[in-house]
Design a protein around this ligand. Structure first.
Ligand SMILES: [Zn+2]
Length: 388
């Protein structure tokens, strides 16, 4: 029994391009969680998006390497599955951030065998901390390198428009500090920065996560896809997007059919430790993002979601679903890249230094201890492994 059997979904294996492993576990536990997650959700392929810093200003300098480690461990165990690893980037948030430094990060991640890059700096709080535009010239050599090497980029930009409105923002978002007052750039300004990147690097293989938070404006989405032929969106909730789609289901169905090659599955599934009860992955609004996406795309009758109310689903045909669930990601990523173990070991040593010196490190003694153990586990593996 898997999630597909439980809900009667179509028998299409999934390629989930948006998985995170930011919960603090021994890294081998994370490998097992991902293994169980793939089995339960019928995932044939997943992309793990590394994040060395997040919007709550916590740092996990080993997170990229954990993504690479999980990729390696799972791919050597399951020849019929494909696991990809995307690398985050990190900042010092001071004069140590330089164009050369960002370029060096791009070169290092590509040499190690990552399959793409994840940029989270468009999350409003991170963009504010960054203190510079996302298309600032400091990033030009970095993006030029990504474009030159055809490196896929998944970028988070913005948040739901309600987060800029104190009267409309949800209680949860307010509580976790995601309200954007006048000290933040507006959503429109930040979108302009992404277009600034694309105008400089028009062949950049950019996927905007969460549908670019643009699901309230179908015409703008169509216009962007037409103007920028390499631009894609992923469907990672942002559950508000399904509320917006639900207002014009017929128009959005036509849009999804027309642009199925440019839209890919993502879920923001994390390394939740559910021990030996993988069926629990499908329970609870927070854990059930895959089900929100699948129900919305596949089902034909309106259904109720605890957070988003009554949703009018698209009931897409098998062909369109197959493109969104598999084709878009396989076309974008090809086969997982070979891992260069000695380069990974070198980078791990560098990240460990940043961690141990406190430049980038978790905030509690307990988390530091766990991370040291994780660095040891990964170092042993990368040092003795042969390139694969
Ligand atoms: Zn994410």
């Amino acid at each position: 029994m898997t999630n597909r059997d439980k809900f009667g979904y179509q028998p299409i294996p999934l390629c989930d391009g948006h998985i995170h492993i930011t919960f603090a576990h021994p890294v081998d536990t994370t490998v097992k969680i991902l293994d169980d997650t793939m089995t339960w959700y019928d995932c044939e392929r997943i992309a793990i998006l590394g994040l060395q810093q997040d919007s709550k200003n916590t740092a996990d300098p080993g997170n990229n390497l954990k993504a690479l480690y999980c990729k390696s461990r799972l791919n050597e165990t399951y020849p019929d599955r494909r696991v990809y690893a995307f690398s985050g980037i990190y900042h010092y948030y001071d004069v140590r951030d330089t164009a050369e430094g960002y370029l060096a990060q791009a070169k290092a991640l590509w040499e190690m065998g990552f399959d793409g890059v994840k940029i989270l700096d468009g999350k409003p709080k991170m963009r504010k901390n960054l203190g510079r535009r996302l298309d600032d010239p400091i990033f030009d050599p970095f993006y030029a390198y990504l474009q030159e090497h055809d490196i896929p980029v998944t970028m988070h930009l913005g948040d739901p428009p309600e987060y800029w409105d104190i009267n409309k923002i949800s209680e949860y978002a307010l509580k976790v500090g995601w309200y954007c007052d006048e000290t933040y750039p507006t959503l429109e300004e930040m979108r302009g920065e992404v277009l600034g990147i694309l105008d400089k690097f028009p062949r950049l293989r950019l996927t905007m996560a969460h549908f670019f938070f643009l699901s309230q404006n179908l015409e703008a989405c169509a216009d962007l896809f037409t103007r920028y032929p390499t631009l894609c969106f992923d469907l990672t909730p942002g559950g508000e997007m399904f509320e917006n789609f639900s207002k014009r289901p017929d128009d959005w169905r036509a849009f999804f059919i027309r642009f199925a090659d440019r839209i890919s599955l993502g879920t923001d599934t994390y390394n939740y430790d559910l021990h030996d009860n993988p069926a629990d992955y499908g329970n609870g609004a927070d854990l059930a993002r895959t089900n929100l996406v699948r129900k919305y795309l596949e089902w034909r009758e309106p259904f109720t979601h605890p957070w988003y109310g009554t949703l009018n689903p698209l009931g897409l045909d098998t062909d369109t679903l197959t493109k969104i669930y598999r084709g878009s990601m396989i076309h974008r990523l090809g086969e997982p890249r070979m891992i260069h173990f000695s380069a990974a070991a070198d980078n791990l040593a560098e990240m460990r230094k940043l961690h141990d010196s406190g430049v980038l490190s978790g905030d509690t003694e307990e988390s530091k201890l766990l991370e040291r153990q994780n660095f040891d586990t990964m170092m042993t593996y990368f040092q003795k492994g042969n390139d694969q």
